[in-house]
Design a protein around this ligand. Structure first.
Ligand code: ACO
Length: 324
């Protein structure tokens, strides 16, 4: 018998304010046509003044707990994946815990930028497999709007705010790919590329928050290679092929990256959950936001095989194969 980390509920939250490409074109020298053609993005959500990453995280987590029918007080591990915490410290998880979970449980943030949710999946899965948790809450939450240089057209058009969450429980499995739950996770990083995608500030360097800076073409080139590898690794580890997948739920950075990964896999584009057009890149929140979209509209069903993959600053990248 094997212990499996089974997703029991999914939830998400988007701020009210929608910012269209047309609105951005009034601020910087860009156009709806350019943004749609190069990225597939049509709009993004932006948090209200005073609305913090923890607020988004708590709203998404409440929905995931409700979907699971599990009380926040039953959670015994809380992980928040974010690169845009409310404060340098304490972790954003501390505020979420105070709002939703009982005092005393372990709670912390995971920082792997856009790969944060996949890193978080590996963390909670390993805690559960080690017998150190039975019910975990994993949230990806970001307010990237706060670290964008709104005068830099090469970055400000690409990102948005939002949060997504899952609640998982430890369940007995047979140790086969027919089991429900996380079947495997695969994480990677290459810090030699730390200056390809970064924020030009921080407590130890500038004592400021800083802004996102990116060598877009280089990031794109690495993303298509690393993501295809991460996907292949997950399939090989489970002796499966792309034909066995019901859904690909990728990190939503750029429609052209999604298309390229699907094409490399030989996966029908109709099996890829796409939200980048509506949400833009919400970093660690993008996978749970996309997962929730697919679950709530009935496309992703219990028992189906879902592959998640992401790449982000660091570089970090990885994948997770999950039977819903
Ligand atoms: N509007 C209009 N023109 C623009 C804009 C804009 N918003 N931004 C850049 N341009 C101009 C450039 O200045 C350049 O002009 P030039 O030729 O006169 O110098 C021209 O458009 C082409 O720019 P490129 O950077 O070559 O455009 P490219 O086709 O590479 O697309 C993009 C840029 C969309 C950033 C692409 O490289 C990309 O998506 N990279 C991946 C970045 C990414 O997804 N990062 C997210 C985090 S990492 C991850 O999650 C995978």
């Amino acid at each position: 018998m094997t212990v499996r980390t089974v997703i029991r509920g999914v939830g998400s939250y988007l701020p009210e304010r929608v910012v269209s490409n047309a609105e951005l074109a009034t601020r910087v020298d860009t156009s709806d046509e350019w943004i749609v053609e190069r990225s597939g993005i049509r709009q993004r959500y932006v948090a209200a003044d005073g609305q913090l990453t923890s607020d988004l995280a708590i709203a998404a987590a409440r929905k995931a707990l409700a979907a699971a029918g599990i009380d926040g007080q039953a959670v015994d591990l809380l992980v928040v994946a974010t690169a845009t915490p409310d404060q340098t410290f304490p972790a954003t998880a501390a505020k979420v815990q105070a709002a939703l979970c009982r005092p005393g449980i372990p709670s912390f943030d995971v920082q792997a930028v856009c790969s944060g949710f996949v890193y978080g999946l590996a963390v909670i899965d390993n805690f559960i497999k080690a017998g150190q948790a039975k019910t975990a809450l994993l949230i990806g939450a970001e307010t990237f709007s706060r670290i964008l240089d709104w005068n830099d057209r090469t970055t400000c058009v690409l990102f948005g705010d939002g949060a997504g969450a899952i609640v998982v429980t430890a369940e007995a499995g047979e140790g086969t790919t027919a089991d429900r739950g996380i079947l495997s996770t695969h994480l990677h990083s290459d810090g030699r590329q730390h200056d390809m995608l970064y924020v030009d500030g921080g407590p130890s360097s500038t004592q400021t928050t800083g802004h996102v800076r990116m060598k877009g073409k280089e990031v794109f080139r690495h993303a298509v290679v690393n993501l295809a590898e991460a996907v292949r690794e997950a399939l090989d580890a489970n002796k499966l092929t792309a034909a066995d997948l019901d859904w690909l739920v990728p990190h939503q950075a750029n429609k052209r990256i999604l298309d390229s990964t699907a094409q490399k896999l030989g996966l029908d584009p109709s099996k890829v959950i796409v939200t980048v057009d509506q949400h833009a890149n919400t970093s660690a929140a993008s996978i749970p936001l996309a997962l929730d979209a697919g679950v709530r509209d009935g496309r992703i069903k219990p028992g189906q095989l879902v592959l998640m993959e992401a790449m982000g600053g660091g570089f970090t990248w990885g994948s997770a194969l999950v039977r819903m």
